[in-house]
Ligand binder design. Structure first.
Ligand code: TXA
Ligand code: MG
Length: 322
C-alpha cells in the first residue's frame, strides 16, 4: 500500500467515509482514525497498529452535542470539567449506549470520549456525520507520534493516508478522567490538563489511578508503553554517567547542559524551564535519540507537579523493560 501525506481534509473525509483508516493530527498526538460506528472499519485500526483488541479506543466527536448521542448521562462533576477544559486535551469515560460497538470499548460499558481542540481535526469532524475512533498513530507500544513524519516512520505502507496538521502543540496524550462509584473523580492517565487544574475547578481532591500494570484493565495502564527501543534510565545525569562508563550515552535534560557528556549528546527540552514546552518536545527527542544508535538514554526526573507529573509518567513508561 502506498501511504500519502497531505493537507487535503476532503481526501481524508473520503477515506473515512469509505470505512478506511486515516492518520489525523490533534493537539496532543496524531491519531489513527476510523468510523467508530462500523466494527469492520475499527478492526483496521487494531490491525495497522498491531494493537491487542483488549485495549479500548478513544472516540472523537466534533462537539458535545454530537457526543451526547452516544452516552447515557454525563455526571455533574464531569460536566464541570467538560465546561472548563473541552474541547481540549482531556478524555472522559462515560456510560455508553448501544450505538457504540463493543470493539471500540473492548466490551466495557464505558466509552472514552474526547473533543480535540485542533483546527484540522475539528474541521474534519464537522465534515462527517459519524464519530471517529482513534488511538495514537504508532505501532503498539512505541512512542506516540507528534508529526506526520513520525506517523509515516511507523506506519508507512500500512495505511493509505496521513492528514498533515503540523506538529502537535501539547505533545503528550490526553488526560483521561472518569468517576468512581463514590462520586469522586478518577484520573486514569496524567496529561497536560493537570491534577491541580482539575482539583481547582471542582474544589475536590481526585484519585490518581495512573498505575502501570502488567495486565491493564483500564485506561492507558500498560507498563511498557510509549517506549523507545534504546534502554532509558531516569535520575541524576552526573551520577548515572559515572555508573555507565564507556557507553554511547545521550541525555534528555530539562533546562541545562551538563559537563559530564559532550554537548551534542544532550537534548534540552526547555531552556526557559517551561514544562509545557518540555512536554511538547519530549516525544520527538525520544524518537530522534532512538535513531542515533545510542547504548543508553539518560533522562532527568522532572519537577513532580503540573505537567511535570505527566512527563515523569511518560519517562517511567519509556524506561520500563519490554
Ligand atoms: O491524546 C489522546 O488521547 C490521543 C489522541 C489521538 O486523541 N489518543 C490516545 O489513544 O492516546 P490511545 O489509544 O493511545 O490511548 C487511549 C487510552 C488507552 O490506554 C485505553 O486503555 C484507554 O484510553 N481507554 C479507551 N477507552 C477506554 C474505555 N472504554 N475504558 C477504559 N479505558 C479506555
Ligand atoms: Mg497509544
Amino acid at each position: 500500500m502506498n501511504t500519502i501525506i497531505s493537507k487535503d481534509i476532503d481526501a481524508a473525509v473520503a477515506h473515512l467515509s469509505n470505512d478506511d483508516v486515516v492518520a489525523i493530527p490533534t493537539e496532543t498526538v496524531y491519531g489513527l482514525a476510523a468510523n467508530a460506528l462500523i466494527p469492520s472499519a475499527v478492526a483496521k485500526i487494531f490491525e495497522a497498529k498491531n494493537r491487542p483488541t483488549f485495549n479500548p479506543l478513544i472516540v472523537h466527536c466534533a462537539s458535545w452535542d454530537e457526543a451526547k448521542k452516544y452516552v447515557e448521562i454525563i455526571p455533574e462533576k464531569l460536566q464541570i470539567l467538560i465546561t472548563a477544559f473541552s474541547p481540549g486535551p482531556i478524555t472522559f469515560l462515560l456510560k455508553k449506549n448501544n450505538l457504540i460497538p463493543d470493539i471500540v470499548t473492548a466490551g466495557s460499558d464505558y466509552v472514552a470520549i474526547r473533543i480535540p481542540n485542533h483546527p484540522t481535526a475539528l474541521s474534519l469532524l464537522q465534515k462527517i456525520n459519524f464519530p471517529i475512533a482513534a488511538p495514537s498513530a504508532n505501532q503498539f507500544g512505541y512512542i506516540s507520534p507528534t508529526t506526520a513524519q513520525h506517523v509515516l516512520d511507523s506506519l508507512n505502507g500500512k495505511i493509505p493516508f496521513i492528514l498533515d496538521g503540523s506538529s502537535a502543540t501539547v505533545g503528550l496524550e490526553s488526560t483521561i478522567v472518569g468517576m468512581a462509584e463514590n462520586n469522586q473523580i478518577i484520573v486514569y492517565r496524567l496529561g497536560s490538563i493537570t491534577v491541580e487544574q482539575i482539583q481547582s475547578v471542582t474544589n475536590e481532591s481526585v484519585i490518581i489511578k495512573n498505575k502501570k500494570e502488567e495486565n491493564p484493565t483500564t485506561a492507558g495502564q500498560l507498563k511498557s508503553h510509549y517506549a523507545p527501543n534504546t534502554k532509558l534510565l531516569i535520575g541524576d545525569i552526573n551520577k548515572l554517567v559515572l555508573q555507565h562508563q564507556n557507553k554511547n550515552i545521550y541525555s534528555i535534560n530539562f533546562i541545562n547542559i551538563f559537563d559530564c557528556l559532550p554537548t551534542n549528546h544532550q537534548f534540552v527540552l526547555s531552556k526557559k524551564a517551561n514544562l509545557a514546552e518540555a512536554a511538547q518536545n519530549l516525544f520527538s527527542v525520544l524518537r530522534k535519540i532512538d535513531g542515533l544508535g545510542a547504548d543508553l538514554i539518560l533522562a532527568e526526573k522532572f519537577p513532580d507537579e503540573g505537567i511535570g507529573m505527566a512527563i515523569n509518567d511518560r519517562l517511567e513508561r519509556a524506561s520500563a523493560i519490554k
